[in-house]
Structures are given as structure tokens and as C-alpha cells.
Design a protein around this ligand. Sequence first.
Ligand SMILES: [Zn+2]
Length: 158
Amino acid sequence: MKIRIGQGYDVHRLVEGADFWLGGILVPHTHGAIGHSDADVLIHTICDALLGAANMRDIGFHYSDQDAKYKGIDSKILLKDVVKMLREKGYEIGNIDATICLQAPKVNPHIPAMKKCLAEVMGIEEEDVSIKATTTEKLGFVGKKEGVAAFAVALITK
Ligand SMILES: [Zn+2]
């Protein structure tokens, strides 16, 4: 069996009044992330980790932010497509471990719903999707509530 690992990193700006899509769910908050798609930083990070593990470039390569087709798109559609591309190459997902960096709101209460949602989208067990959250102790753009960042690693097998 071949085992491969990939990592992902993504950042989105936070603005007042925007919807806050995170980990496939809508998080109630005064501010939300903005971008060309629905700006779901966690899903984008996971897509990049999976694509990286398979050496298939990155999310921007497959779904250009210059393409009107992806304007406002639900990132779950992109993740589903990434997983489909991996499976077509003969890969299966082993596990995913992700960290969300966000000053506010508290993410922990939403993690079970995110895990359930993302496991469903990827067609894997919830047990194989780990989501963690941290603030940055009020330091940097995350700490100043200007943005949200996320990291992920993914393990895939063939
Ligand atoms: Zn993104």
C-alpha cells in the first residue's frame, strides 16, 4: 500500500454582515468571511491538503477565482469534486486533521456539526475527520479579527 501526506493553508478576510461559512455550515456571527466562492476557509484548506497529497496542484488551479462559474459557489461542491478526482486516481482518504485559527466567535460548539457535514461530503467516517480550533492570543490579523486562517493535513492511500 502506498501512503501519501499533504498539507493545506488558507486565509480569508472577515467583514461585518457577511455570511460565515465554515466547515460546511453557517456559523452565526456579526462578521463573515469573504472571497470569490462562499469563502469556507476550512474546506479550501482540506481541498488543498488532499490535492497536495495526490500531487494534483491546488484549489486555485482547478477552480479559478477568475471564473464566473465559481462565484459564490458552495465549497462543499468543490470538496466533493476534489474527492472524486482523487478516487479516479485510485486514492482513498485515510484521515484529515485540521486547525482553524479564529479570534471570535468560539468555534468549539460547532465542531461536531462540521465534522458530520464534511465526513458526509467526503464519504468517510466522522472518526477520520479531526477539526481543532485556536485563537492567536489577539496577535496578528487573526487576533485583530481581520481574518480567519486554517491549516490541514491529509493522509491518502492507494
Ligand atoms: Zn479560500
